[in-house]
Design a protein around this ligand. Structure first.
Ligand SMILES: Cc1cc2nc3c(=O)[nH]c(=O)nc-3n(C[C@H](O)[C@H](O)[C@H](O)COP(=O)(O)OP(=O)(O)OC[C@H]3O[C@@H](n4cnc5c(N)ncnc54)[C@H](O)[C@@H]3O)c2cc1C
Length: 391
């Protein structure tokens, strides 16, 4: 019997890296994950729609979890500008939190193989191995190297230097509000429901997610809101992505770091265009955060013994609610391909890539169609005077 080496090096310890890590371990691979951040990632995330592939991946990797794995909304509401209900639709859907997914995966992955404070600086491929070289001068070598290092992926930059995310023309303002922080009437309207308000060239949505320490207890959960607003890349975006200490960020501003005048402008704009329940939600949000909406699609996901997964390869716009489940699908199908090809890495990666490229392209196209329709129906600008459009 031939002995096959099965050691994987994963760059990036967020959800994409952890899904790949637990799935590869489930088929008998030794796995080490290398994460740039020196501290835990598990306290910053917002809400995530619980797509079925997330639980499928947990089941496949025998990751234990409790049901319900989130908070269920029973209907969708669309609000008018005055806060009245324009449309109501029965639709059951569970929403969870980034933190709950992250902590569930992390608790299933051996701590001694999850290395923090390890920033990839360079890569090398030899005939049968791939080596990661870290900024601290150390190295790690495996039979398979996975780039799960997100939008700014160094793995991708080394292999496909001409493919980088592009700004889609709008950002997401986001926030979390404790159930008890909102007045009773507004809280009642927003609880158990996925609530939307569509306005010209913008929309906002909210749903309830687990609270602090992932509590599902009514009263201790959180309202999660996301508001898509158009900003010009050259003249407006740089200011939004400069934090309160004056530091410029590439794609996002974390909770607590938003500049005071940006926060105030957002609140003022909310008062002029959003329905009263959404205005209230934004007004009581202590630490709003910002994520730029990005587009990225690569033409190639495998490079001999290296594979790109998750946001390192494709960034579909968030309207597809697929950022996290895409990483789960990438990992499940990769494990399948390895088993099918007797753990022959190069054969398995070649077989895996075709469908994953198609899947990524499909999500990218779908997200662009949804986003362009909601944000650019009246041109690319942020609408300031609705009466012109409605008249
Ligand atoms: C803290 C955090 C909170 C998030 N919250 C939300 C949310 O609320 N809602 C939502 O829809 N999505 C959220 N996301 C994004 C979401 O998790 C991703 O869209 C999706 O899960 C894809 O994950 P990913 O692992 O491919 O990429 P990312 O989540 O971007 O992870 C990439 C990881 O790679 C690490 N990394 C980058 N460069 C290097 C390097 N050179 N060496 C080593 N490590 C490196 C990063 O530190 C990061 O942990 C969040 C991501 C993070 C990191």
């Amino acid at each position: 019997m031939t002995f096959i080496d099965k050691r994987a090096i994963i760059i990036g310890g967020s959800l994409g890296g952890l899904f790949a890590g637990v799935l590869l371990r489930s088929i008998g691979w030794e796995v080490d994950i290398y994460e740039r951040s020196p501290s835990s990632l598990g306290s910053r995330g917002g809400g995530i729609v619980l797509q079925p592939e997330i639980l499928q991946a947990f089941n496949r990797a025998k990751v234990s979890y409790e049901l319900p794995f989130g908070v269920t909304a029973y209907e969708r509401l669309y609000l008018e500008a005055d806060g009245s209900i324009a449309e109501k639709m029965l639709m059951r859907q569970t929403q969870t939190s980034w933190n709950l997914i992250y902590n569930t995966l992390l608790s299933h992955f051996p701590a001694e193989h999850y290395h923090q404070g390890k920033q990839l600086a360079d890569l090398q491929q030899h005939k049968e191995k791939a080596t990661a070289i870290f900024a601290d001068g150390t190295e790690a070598t495996g039979d398979l190297l996975i780039g799960a290092d997100g939008a700014g992926s160094i793995v991708r930059q080394k292999l496909l230097p001409n493919y980088n995310p592009s700004y889609a023309g709008y950002i997401a303002y986001r926030g979390l509000v404790g159930e008890r922080e909102l007045d009773k009437k507004t809280a009642e309207l927003l609880t158990d429901r996925f609530v939307f308000q569509q306005i010209p060239n913008s929309h906002i949505l909210q749903y309830v997610i687990p609270g602090e320490k992932e509590s599902l207890e009514p009263g201790k959960r959180r309202f999660n809101w996301v508001w898509y607003v158009n900003y010009d890349e050259a003249t407006e975006l740089p200011k939004l992505l400069t934090d309160k200490e004056g530091k410029r960020h590439t794609y996002s501003i974390s909770p607590g770091a938003i500049a005071t005048d940006v926060k105030q402008q957002m609140q003022k704009y909310a008062q002029s265009v959003l329905a009263p329940p959404m205005q209230k939600l934004i007004a009581v949000t202590r630490e709003p955060f910002i994520q730029s909406v990005l587009d990225l699609a690569v033409p190639q996901m495998t490079f001999n013994r290296i594979a790109l997964v998750g946001d390192a390869a494709f960034i579909p716009r968030p309207h597809t609610a697929s950022g996290v489940s895409k990483g789960a699908v990438n990992a499940m199908t990769l494990a399948d391909a390895l088993v099918e090809h007797d753990h022959n890495v190069t054969k398995a990666l070649a077989a895996w890539e075709t469908n994953q490229l198609k899947f990524g392209m499909y999500l990218k196209d779908r997200g662009q169609a949804l986003g362009d329709r909601s944000q650019f129906s009246y041109g690319k600008e942020r609408i300031k005077n609705f009466s012109n459009l409605i008249a």
